[in-house]
Design a protein. Structure first.
Lengths: 241, 241, 241
């Protein structure tokens, strides 16, 4: 049995991974769902990318977790890449789930279409703490296209303002993902339009991993809400040896 | 419950949408399946694009339909775009189902690979009324790849010669689809090769909608024949709020 | 009922198609699973492409098979293209299953990304008979991504060293596939990463067929091991009239 650490995406918290963690635990695995610094209630929304990464490094070291399958969703791909670079000896396999795959020096925003960057710039600029909130129409149509209106709204109500510096800070890595000597998997949900599919997750970002295992299933960007059972299954297929 | 207007594709009539309309009605919705001018028995095959669009505008106004979910298949994407531009106040959401998405000044042929345009030019030129018929081998292999031979033939036998001017006329729009202030969805059947997938429906044409909701399912271009139940389900997922 | 000839891919033998042949036979068809010259036990690993093609031509003529549905997997696409060019009058339909589609003068290696060619060059150069073996990590992650570790290993144990000249020899054809006057189908398993999907099987290679029928299903490159029933179903959908 394996130890899974599920790292959520932007605007989320670890608690929102509970429905996904349950079937993985039921299959006999140990599952952790930490909240990244900057997304917790009361966290400083001026948190930057290196502090966000460090919070998950500290979580793993604090619990002395070893041989872990480290799963990252969306923005969480930035985090797990940084964690693997810092404490790779504790990582058995990296699993990117519709996630950003950065090389040294890249920010999340460098992988996002310009119209999203412009939108985020405006929203963060209008906030008093450099945070971004997701506009509901984008959330409903592009992130939760596979949900009904009620689920899209109830999920939206659980989001939190995201520390924008984690999108604009370049990541610092000693080793790029393609050269990392761990197992690597990419889970692609085929209706995910959080990035436009012409400039999408897979194969554009997945192939930055070098040799990796592809897992695909039907669903949008937020299967943690729309299909946590299907997501759990995909994670276990991606995470097994 | 919503009011759906299903606008068929080239060579089709509204009657061919009956099997798709039935499960949508069974779910409690009102469904209309008009035939576009130029495709009805006895219609003039020299009908142009603006007259074709006007025929659906007239249908909607004549029945005083409001707050409609307007669905267009293939060539029907030209029609629903034109209808939304003319009577947008009656449209709640546009649903493109493997459909053309034109901007002002574009014709359907402008979105089709050159070898199809050449073929259509030859067929229309050889007709006595500027109409095009679909050659059976293309229909069977590229449009009905998910059917057996019997279904491919029986569907083919129900097609009618299509008024070619509706492919060559540029559309006139005051507002392009990306700027239209209505809900927009795109349904992509993943085995559709009516357009070569290297120059395909999605994301090439879908992303001309700006913010939109993607729905995908398995099937070819003619799921109205091969899987009307699956199509109805996709339409309702695309059409809900 | 039809006569199917299933032509395996590199590193495989005809015996490895047995689980796929069984459900096709159960549906009433005749199925042959020859081994290509160069892949049989004791075959010379210096076999070139034209001798490999000739071995299947000889098999078909030797058994006097006519009106056949000729299916090729991966490297097997080189073989069935050559067979159709030589004895096309015996072929009813060509079915490419995640297979190479060569034009006259092209080698398999010409359709493969440079990093694979470099790897194969090194492996063949280090062998004493110009043969290539598949490195297990690539097999496990990129070819058998949809398998568990046990199945990936047991399948790997059945592979044989492949004659590398069949990858480097250009094929000689009098007619390119797009111009061949037979039915043509392409089966694409959507999680196949044996070729990187940015430079993948479909539509890059499938569209070299000209008019063809697309069939897709979920699975990786080695569904003959991971889902022989699903593969058999796809072959029959691709192979019917």
């Amino acid at each position: 049995m394996a130890t899974y650490v599920l790292v959520h995406g932007a605007w989320h918290t670890g608690d929102l991974m509970a429905a996904t963690a349950a079937p993985i635990r039921a299959a006999g695995h140990e599952v952790h769902t930490p909240t990244i610094l900057g997304n917790g209630p009361g966290d400083d929304r001026r948190t930057g990318l290196s502090a966000a990464i460090k919070s998950i490094v500290d979580y793993i070291i604090g619990k002395n977790l070893k041989d872990i399958v480290l799963v990252g969703h969306s923005y969480g791909g930035m985090i797990i890449t940084g964690v693997a670079d810092r404490i790779g000896e504790r990582v058995r396999r990296l699993v990117y789930w519709n996630a950003f795959v950065p090389n040294d020096g890249e920010s999340l925003n460098a992988m996002v279409p310009p119209h999203y960057v412009d939108l985020f710039d405006q929203i963060a600029g209008a906030s008093d703490d450099n945070s971004v909130v997701m506009p509901y129409p984008i959330w409903r149509e592009a992130f939760m296209n596979d949900a009904d209106a009620e689920l899209a709204q109830s999920a939206y109500d659980q989001l939190n303002p995201h520390p924008y510096a984690t999108f604009t800070d370049p990541i610092r890595l000693t080793t790029n993902p393609a050269e990392m000597q761990v197992g690597k998997s990419y889970i692609n949900f085929t209706e995910d339009t959080a990035l436009p599919q012409s400039l999408g997750w897979h194969p554009r970002l997945s192939e930055k991993l070098g040799l990796y295992r592809l897992v695909q299933a039907a669903g949008g960007h937020e299967v943690c809400f729309t299909d946590p059972e299907g997501l759990a299954k995909a994670i276990m297929t991606a995470g097994r040896d």
